[in-house]
Design a protein around this ligand. Sequence first.
Ligand SMILES: C[S@@+](CC[C@H](N)C(=O)[O-])C[C@H]1O[C@@H](n2cnc3c(N)ncnc32)[C@H](O)[C@@H]1O
Length: 239
Amino acid sequence: MPYSHWGINYFNIRLMELVLIDSLLDGAIKKGGERFLDFGCGLGLACVYASKYFSKVEGVDLDDPGVAFKTTRPAPAVGSELISGIGINNIQLTSGDSFAYLRDRTDRYDMLLSVFCLEHVEDIQGACDLFAASLKAGGRSVHIIPNTHDTTNQLLQTTLGPIAENEQNSVKSGRGTKKMGTMFAPITHSEFIEDYRQQFDVNCLERYIFPMMLSGMTIDKITPMREHSYAVLASKHGA
Ligand SMILES: C[S@@+](CC[C@H](N)C(=O)[O-])C[C@H]1O[C@@H](n2cnc3c(N)ncnc32)[C@H](O)[C@@H]1O
């Protein structure tokens, strides 16, 4: 299978993504430390990667079975089983809202990570304020977020005709119908988004980095990852 597909390459691709983050961001994860948290950890794959470098690794994901991973059980519960199955014992995955989880955990983490999570969060400023509060002084955070190229590339690869046609379809059906095939194929999670213009908003880098800056964090590096994501390294001022 090509790497642009999930399928049997899923875990390979996700692991390579983490190796890539580390090499592009000067070993941001490999530098290690005491405590690490993955905000919106899913099955906890990034926690497994981080468990080699941090003494205590935590992951938290909404207790919302089936939404992201097509399971009837919460992803952290499935992930916890997989993790104990491979004999790693410094990871704790929790089902629940990361906002509530972080609220009483101030000045605690050496590193925070979010991977394809912030685009699902409504209150991005609130999340960034929590990141800033829960990092130790000098702590670092890495966020993998979608990028606008994803949207613009697809626009450039197609004509505007299909978009107009799609919009008409959506007006007719009232449901935001998206055709596939030669049609403009909408991007990440677009099946949930009725208005194409919102794609630009969701994929805009400033939607994420300005709230990080407003929360008092310093943006140290922004780098394109693979075809549809950016990695952002943001840190909290040292003591
Ligand atoms: C696209 S998935 C990515 C999961 C994982 N980071 C990965 O890369 O495989 C987005 C995840 O964010 C989680 N999520 C969104 N908002 C959240 C919140 N407020 N608290 C915890 N998890 C959240 C969802 O439940 C979902 O599992």
